[in-house]
Design a binder for this molecule. Structure first.
Ligand code: LMR
Length: 328
């Protein structure tokens, strides 16, 4: 049995039905890597409280935030293996399971979150929810966080200003290629390790959403931020397919209902947090938030664009076209 299961006294979820009694609601584990006061954190807590209201006699959702249980690479494996019930890793972190989701990591694919939302709700977008069923992973829905911004420990305006700097990335071949295109050195790191890596100077920059930057205080060591909006950081809410299909039909219906409400709530939190955390960062005296002109953004777009051709075949041209159609 894996070390983290033993450490926390958890039991693999496939064994849980054998242990549940009329008196003990079945525990459903939801593991994630961000703080409770983030779109994902609030979504998970909302899911937990609706399940408690509607199904409290039969199920209890246990949320592990802030990577306290495991990181995102580990949690995807754990969901596939049937050891964790729910997780919502960034769409950039599934490269080990499917190439199609690499779509979401392409730089400058979506102009804004409305376009992201239109694509996710389209037939092509919904089709991706089942893209990992062969590995026993089922997508239950998308959750927004927002568009990514570039940050560094020194001023920058143009792609060449970042040349030679070490940039933290989520573990994704597309993001690796994106930073290589501009001459920076990509460094894959788990989210939990980013703050310390910035503080120690091991890395000099990173990309993330307003809410992730603000909630983890990355600005303490990254006083230069650019409103680059150059990519999206959204989540796929996943479960173990065999677990999900094995639930009694009425329980699955009620859990889906709870999930839908929680996702809608999480998406509205994402919109509000993106705006508020952006404003709060702009107000901080020690932080410089630079807004590039359209011409400057175009330079960034052209510098990163070759990444599209590199991954087009793996992703599928039809998916890129569907995303572009949703962006019009
Ligand atoms: C990251 O690793 O930067 C993000 O995926 C963290 C998160 O879950 O928002």
């Amino acid at each position: 049995m894996k070390k983290w299961i033993v450490r926390l006294g958890l039991v693999p979820l496939l064994l849980l039905p054998l242990l549940a009694t009329a008196e003990s609601p079945r525990q459903l584990v939801f593991s994630h890597v961000v703080g409770p006061d983030t779109p994902k954190g609030k979504m998970a807590t909302m899911f937990q409280s609706i399940v408690e209201q509607k199904l409290g006699d039969r199920y209890q959702v246990v949320v592990h935030p802030n990577s306290t249980l495991m990181n995102d690479v580990e949690v995807i494996d754990a969901v596939a293996a049937g050891e964790v019930h729910f997780a919502a890793p960034s769409l950039s972190k599934f490269a080990g399971y499917t190439s199609r989701l690499k779509l979401f990591s392409l730089p400058f694919l979506f102009p804004d979150m409305a376009a992201v939302d239109r694509f996710q709700q389209s037939e092509a977008g919904r089709g991706l929810l089942t893209s990992m069923q062969d590995s026993n992973i089922l997508g239950l829905g998308y959750l927004h966080n927002g568009l990514k911004q570039l940050t560094a420990d020194r001023p920058f305006r143009e792609p060449q200003d970042l040349a030679g700097l070490r940039f933290r990335i989520m573990d994704s071949p597309v993001l690796r290629a994106q930073f290589q295109q501009i001459g920076a050195e990509p460094v894959p790191l788990a989210f939990a390790d980013v703050y310390d890596a910035l503080a120690s100077g091991m890395i000099q920059g990173q990309e993330n959403t307003w809410s992730n930057i603000y909630s983890k205080n990355f600005q303490h060591h990254q006083p230069y931020l650019m409103e680059s909006n150059h990519g999206v950081l959204d989540y796929l809410l996943i479960t173990n397919n065999a677990f999900w299909q094995g639930l009694p039909e009425e329980d699955r219906r009620l859990l889906s209902y709870a999930m839908d409400i929680a996702l809608r709530y999480g998406n509205s939190v994402a919109t509000a947090k993106s705006r508020n955390d952006h404003q709060d960062l702009k107000r901080m005296r020690e932080v410089t938030v630079y807004r590039p002109s359209e011409a400057e953004l175009d330079t960034w777009r052209r510098a990163m664009q070759p990444v599209w051709a590199e991954f087009e075949e793996a992703i599928g041209r039809h998916l890129i076209d569907a995303a572009l159609a949703a962006s019009k």
